[in-house]
Design a binder for this molecule. Structure first.
Ligand SMILES: Nc1ncnc2c1ncn2[C@@H]1O[C@H](COP(=O)(O)OP(=O)(O)O)[C@@H](O)[C@H]1O
Ligand SMILES: [Mg+2]
Length: 330
């Protein structure tokens, strides 16, 4: 019998009561693994959906990110990672992240997304440079290596950008963790922040001009399964709270432009790396251009995106599970 491992343990983004009611029978299995039916994280719900679709002929087992071990991974033919390396870093620092990557590189199972692909995406500077090289628009970015800080280069980047506000975001940071805004930064303020981040275990950071329009117009997040767009939404921050508005609130021309770019990017990624089971590509605006607001650029790629069930009414989980199981036959 073939075995599918689903790497979970995020504890994030619980499914709605409606989803629970509609899928009660298949979700019950989660009780065996200590999940409360009152809080079912999205990754556990996806695991349950894969298990349901697999039926009795395929064994589907959960692998828990905070307790990952090679022996268990080797029981699997394929492993689908939802709990990604960023979580391993948040849960236990750089050491834990390295341990996570090492196990996934060593296992005899085929891992989706592959550890190489995960490395590429987690180390944001690598894919940002790839985007530039392939003529995708990104916002001007300076890449900082904390083991080799070149403060003169940082200074000249800031002077060239001419703006007053700058954002620094660390690799392996997520959910805005480690994201900091500097107004009229000086050498000293930057340098002391970089030292602090180094002590926290970060290795690379991205420096960008802080773009006010980013939040004003909202970030357009496009979600894809097997290179097909499933849904998109707009995200904004209001008083520190993330707000979501559905696809219908996005200007149709802007959305179709973003989807064209996304489609082309996924083709390139498939050619140069691998075909992704799923992915989220986030777009933001505007590059020195407020009106008409068409200058959207790629802000981020997520290959293990958090997918709230409500954006697709649970449909995305079904499509995703089908796609994961289809990899078993190949
Ligand atoms: N250059 C920027 N200017 C203004 N806001 C930004 C900029 N970069 C990121 N942000 C804000 O910070 C949030 C988090 O940054 P992001 O690049 O998406 O990293 P992550 O999601 O991994 O934390 C974005 O959703 C956006 O609201
Ligand atoms: Mg983001």
């Amino acid at each position: 019998m073939k075995t599918v491992g689903v790497l979970i343990g995020t504890e994030d983004e619980p499914v709605s009561l409606k989803y629970y009611r509609d899928n009660k029978d298949s979700l019950m299995i989660l009780k065996e693994y200590g999940y409360s039916m009152k809080y079912i994280p999205y990754d556990a719900a996806i695991f349950a959906e894969i298990k349901k679709q697999a039926g009795k002929k395929i064994d589907v087992i959960p692998l828990f990110g905070d307790d990952l071990n090679l022996e268990e991974c080797n029981l699997c033919d394929i492993i689908f990672c939802i709990y990604e390396s960023v979580y391993s870093f948040m849960d236990g620092g750089y050491e834990n992240y390295e341990r996570y990557m090492k196990i996934l590189k060593q296992t005899s199972a085929t891992v989706y997304p592959s550890p190489r692909m995960q490395d590429f995406i987690v180390q944001k500077h690598k894919y940002m440079k790839y985007l530039s090289k392939n003529n995708y628009t990104i916002t001007p970015t300076s890449y900082i290596n904390l083991d080799n800080i070149n403060i003169d280069r940082i200074g000249s980047f800031i002077r060239n950008m001419k703006g007053e506000k700058f954002a620094i975001k660390p690799e392996l940071g997520s959910f805005k963790k480690g994201f900091k805004i500097f107004t009229r930064p000086t050498r000293e303020t930057i340098q002391s922040y970089l030292q602090k981040m180094k002590q926290k275990g970060f290795q690379h950071l991205l420096l960008q001009e802080f773009i006010e329009e980013f939040n004003k117009f909202g970030e357009i997040k496009t979600y894809w399964i097997n290179n097909k767009n499933i849904y998109s939404y707009k995200q904004q921050w209001i008083k520190g709270e993330g707000t979501f508005s559905d696809e219908t609130t996005i200007d149709p021309d802007v959305l179709s432009e973003c989807l064209e770019i996304g489609k082309s990017l996924l083709k390139d990624i498939e050619r140069d790396h691998e075909k992704l089971i799923h992915c989220r590509i986030d777009f933001a605006c505007c590059l020195n251009n407020e009106k008409p607001c068409r200058d959207f650029f790629i802000n981020e790629i997520e290959i293990c995106p958090t997918i709230g069930e409500e954006e697709s009414g649970g449909e995305a989980y079904k499509l995703l599970a089908k796609q994961v199981l289809s990899r078993l036959q190949n």
